[in-house]
Every structure is written in C-alpha cells, then in structure tokens.
Write a protein that binds this ligand. Structure first.
Ligand SMILES: O=P(O)(O)OC[C@H]1O[C@H](OP(=O)(O)OP(=O)(O)O)[C@H](O)[C@@H]1O
Ligand SMILES: Nc1ncnc2[nH]cnc12
Length: 197
C-alpha cells in the first residue's frame, strides 16, 4: 500500500503540506524488534508549524455542521497526551489522561487488554468524567486497536460517550479499524502495517 496522505482532515492542508508532514514521521525498521517498523513522531513534534497543522487538522473534525461536538478530549498514555492536550486547548475543552496501570492514586477504573505477548492495563481516575460527557479519544498510532478498544471501554465504563476516535496514523492491515467497527474512526494518514504487530 502506498501511503495515503489525502485522508479527511489533512487533505484540507493540500497534498504538498500533507507530504511534508508525513516526511516528519520517521520509519525505523526493526525497532523494537523485527518485523516492526516503528513510526517515530518525535521529528513532527519538534516542528512547531507541523505540530500546529496536525492539531488544527484534528480540530477541524470537531467544527462546523456535521463536526463532532465534544465536551472533553481523552488521550492514551503516552503519545496520546502529546497530541490530545494541545487539541483540547485549541477546542477550549478539558483533557483526560488515560494512564497506564499503577500511575494514578486510587480510586481508579481499570481495563485490562491484550498485547501481542502478555497483557496491559489502562486506568482513569474515578469521578473525573461527567456522566454523559461527549468524549473524543486521541492517539498517535492505530495498529492492532487493542489500546483504543480498551480506552473506549474505559471511558464508557466511567459514564462517558465516545463520540469519535482520532489518530494521526493508521497502520493498515493490522486489524485496528476492524476491531473498532461500529465506532467513528478518523485517521489523518494511513500507511501499510502488514508484517508489523
Ligand atoms: O493499536 P495498538 O496495537 O494497541 O497500538 C497502538 C498503541 O501503541 C503505542 O503506544 P505504546 O503502548 O507503545 O505506548 P507509548 O505511547 O507509551 O510509547 C501507540 O502510541 C498507541 O497507543
Ligand atoms: N509500528 C508502530 N510504531 C509506533 N507505535 C506503534 N504502536 C503500535 N505499533 C507501532
């Protein structure tokens, strides 16, 4: 699959800018081990104009007729924090950190999920989410979808409504989109993730 950089939101920037933004995500083959190609967003984060453009592209999903009306942005630890918090500021709403297990003082709600080898868990402080709040979930990468499915379940268990899940980059072929079937999923870029996991 050729990189698809003309998806919904980034297309508003035009193809040249979308290509520049894609080039700021570094592909690192073999990291952390074969056959994974690690998608490193640190060059993008270090480029102020690119970071602003990505945040703006996410914000456009929430504006205008038909845009997602959200009360709060939630981000998955850790990279979801880096995109979600500036987006929340841009939208004028609050930000909820969905943390990996053991980082928050009690009481917390917890959802366990499967990784390729073993399990992981994410937690949200009980009572931080207003019942019925409309939540936009944000992360950098959608791969197998395990993290995103757990995050959505956690928000719902805490009484929120997951309006949409938005990702900077979708790794196609790893089943993430399929695991989120029935939910609204927005991705700004798509690359072939076949062979990775
Ligand atoms: O769709 P999945 O297969 O669940 O993978 C996607 C998740 O993996 C990465 O996070 P990671 O767990 O590596 O944590 P980090 O952000 O702390 O590096 C990424 O930021 C997503 O949260
Ligand atoms: N290939 C990848 N690069 C960066 N983050 C990831 N999370 C899951 N798979 C990933």
């Amino acid at each position: 699959m050729t990189d698809d950089i003309s998806l919904v939101a980034l297309s508003g920037l035009g193809p040249e800018r979308a290509t520049e933004i894609r080039s700021l995500i570094r592909d690192v083959p073999g990291y952390p081990h074969e056959p994974i190609v690690f998608r490193d967003i640190t060059p993008l984060l270090a480029d102020g104009a690119a970071l602003a453009d990505v945040v703006e592209a996410f914000a456009r999903l929430c504006e205008g007729d038909g845009g997602h009306q959200v009360d709060v942005v939630a981000g998955m630890e850790a990279r979801g924090f880096l995109l979600g918090a500036p987006l929340a500021t841009r939208l004028g709403v609050g930000f909820l950190p969905l943390r990996k297990a053991g980082k928050l003082p009690p009481p917390v709600e917890r959802v366990d999920y499967e990784l390729e080898y073993g399990t992981a868990a994410i937690e949200l402080r009980t009572g931080t989410l207003r019942p019925g709040a409309r939540v936009l979930l944000v992360d950098d990468v959608l791969a197998t979808g395990g993290t995103a499915v757990a995050a959505a379940e956690l928000v719902e268990r805490c009484g929120g409504e997951v309006v949409s899940l938005a990702f900077l980059m979708e790794l196609g072929g790893l089943g993430g989109r399929e695991r989120l079937a029935g939910r609204t999923v927005e991705t700004l870029l798509r690359v072939d993730g076949a062979g990775e996991s």
